[in-house]
Design a protein around this ligand. Sequence first.
Ligand code: DX5
Ligand code: ZN
Length: 216
Amino acid sequence: AAGPAILPSLLQCDFGDLRSEVEQLTAAGARVLHLDVMDGHFVPNLTYGMPIVEGLRRHTNMPLDVHLMISDPMAYAKPMVDAGADLLTFHVEAVQDSVDVAGQIRDLGVGVGVAINPDTDFAKLDDCLDAVDMVLVMSVNAGFGGQSFNPVALDRLKSLKQRKPDLLLEIDGGIKVDTIGAAREAGCDLFVVGSAIFGQHDYETAINELTLAMNG
Ligand code: DX5
Ligand code: ZN
């Protein structure tokens, strides 16, 4: 990754006009898209799967960062890669053997991330830190947009940055102009943003304000 980036999360967008959403985000300066895949089982919410990823792939060259909030990530990893995902993140809570899952995803030829919810024992990540490209530190419980930021994420980012300086760090949940600066200071590289972009009329202004706040 070339410097820190703000990743719009396609969760609160207009699904009736995805092509226009992608065009607006491109014009607003977005460089990577974050796709929230939920199965109604790992989380009590249901979003979308491969057809949407594949449809987005046809409309943009931006890397697609796919956040799998699903109980059986390996059942869909290959189909997601075939649909055009560039990076696949699974939840550490969803799998028995995170090292094995990370290895299997990496063997598919894409980047691999591991995500952890705020209430999950942080030590659960220890095993797989050497097996992933990225850690997604959740600052809300996975499942819904528009929740408020849990600062436990900041301590986790700092700890990860110290232990593994080369690991890519991503944060997701409640990232707004008043939280993004602290996340950047804690060592975060990739900032997933839902409501603070899609709740605004002008995506470019929203991204510019977030970028300013990020650079403090
Ligand atoms: C939550 C999703 C997020 C969500 C963030 O489960 O992973 O990507 O869209 O939304 P905000 O920015 O509104 O917290
Ligand atoms: Zn997400």
